[in-house]
Design a protein around this ligand. Structure first.
Ligand code: COA
Length: 339
């Protein structure tokens, strides 16, 4: 029988500083009412200046390892849009800080789809015998790349991290990831973009949101909201259906849809397209905003801790993000307690 990746630990961390809609409305031409009705978000957490993605990743990773049955891991996959440095990857330092000496470690850059890509990548390594146990982390500090004067992005994104531990196991056991649907369309790369700082375009000195000092505009995150909205709904719905087909589940038999927490209207539109009751959609973005690669594990942990997701429940996860990229996976919840 083939080896599956089985979820055995779950941990999260959000930085303590809460930024409310009202606080943003003091400096931006926006309002609590607009943000709530157009996105579903009421607040987000932003890291204090000086806190990096790696710091959040270590905190969530530590909690996931504590939540797992036992033992370390031999692979660390970190999904992020906001690495600590352009070079090297953030994952090796996170692994080292977690005491995971000699673990293979690399970053995945699939923006908001990063966590699902990370799960698939780690599960592939486990299935191939490259790894026995893996820590998959989604961690972001979007506050460091948001343009503080851009109301179309600053109100949407938040900082945070979520992590799971996967171990080699049997495809029939609860917690086994039941397959993957991944895809991309790079012709749409300009929809979600940080133009500078890579090999195509250099970027000069930077300062994060809330930090003093000028920043070149090309180091800011930019997004074309409306087309992203449309593509997110279409791609997440199609990818979810492909995944459900692989799992052999009819949409109405799914207990919980844990979609990427971009916008509550996107989540509901996807549920409608799948023919699932909207009540089956896990909504966490109201309290943390869109945390990109961290959003699915954060939403999952919130639903588990809040008693929504119970052992034996059928859980479908689906994401859409920059690239553009999308991905879905599914599992029967194994009874893991979130930390
Ligand atoms: N506060 C007040 N008004 C705002 C605003 C804000 N923060 N942001 C935009 N507006 C204004 C626009 O300027 C526009 O004004 P106009 O009609 O005078 O031109 C109006 O609100 C409507 O803007 P629009 O972009 O059409 O709003 P929308 O309903 O599409 O909502 C998003 C904007 C960004 C919330 C929505 O498009 C979205 O969620 N997109 C997906 C984002 C996402 O999830 N990205 C992550 C990757 S998946």
């Amino acid at each position: 029988m083939s080896r599956a990746a089985v979820l055995t630990g779950l941990g999260t961390f959000v930085p303590p500083r809460v930024v409310t809609n009202e606080e943003l409305a003091r400096t931006l031409d926006t309002s609590d009412e607009w943000i709530r009705t157009r996105t579903g978000i009421t607040q987000r957490h932003w890291a204090e200046p000086g806190t990096a993605t790696g710091d959040l990743a270590v905190a969530a990773g530590e909690r996931a390892l504590k939540s797992a049955d036992s033992g370390g891991v031999d692979l660390v996959v970190l999904a992020t849009t906001t690495p600590d440095h352009p070079c090297p990857a953030t994952a090796p330092e996170v692994a080292s800080r977690l005491g995971l000496e000699n673990a293979a470690a690399y970053d995945i850059a699939a923006v908001c789809s990063g966590f699902v890509y990370g799960l698939a990548s780690a599960a592939g390594a486990i299935a191939a015998g490259i790894a026995e146990r893996a820590l998959v982390i989604g961690a972001e500090t979007y506050s460091t790349i948001l343009d503080p004067d851009d109301r179309t992005t600053s109100v949407i994104f938040g900082d945070g991290a979520g992590a799971v531990v996967l171990r080699a196991g049997d495809p029939a056991e609860p917690g086994a990831l039941l397959g993957y649907d991944l895809g991309s369309d790079g012709s749409l790369k300009d929809l979600i973009l940080v133009p500078g700082g890579g090999s195509r375009q250099r970027a000069a000195g930077t300062a994060g949101a809330g930090e003093p000092g000028p920043r070149p505009a090309d180091s800011y995150f930019s997004m074309q909201g409306q087309p992203v909205f449309r593509h997110a709904v279409t791609r997440m719905a199609a990818s979810s259906l492909a995944m459900l087909d692989r799992a052999g589940w009819a949409p109405e038999t799914v207990d919980w849809f844990v979609g990427h927490q971009a916008n509550v209207r996107i989540l509901h539109a996807v549920a409608d397209q799948l023919g699932m009751a909207r009540e089956r959609t896990v909504v966490h973005l109201d309290r943390v905003g869109n945390t990109s690669a961290a959003s699915i594990p954060l939403a999952l942990a919130d639903a588990v801790t809040g008693g929504l997701i119970a052992p034996g429940d059928r859980v479908l996860m689906s994401a859409f993000g920059g690239g553009v990229t999308w991905g879905s996976t599914a599992l029967v919840w194994p009874g893991v307690v979130a930390n």
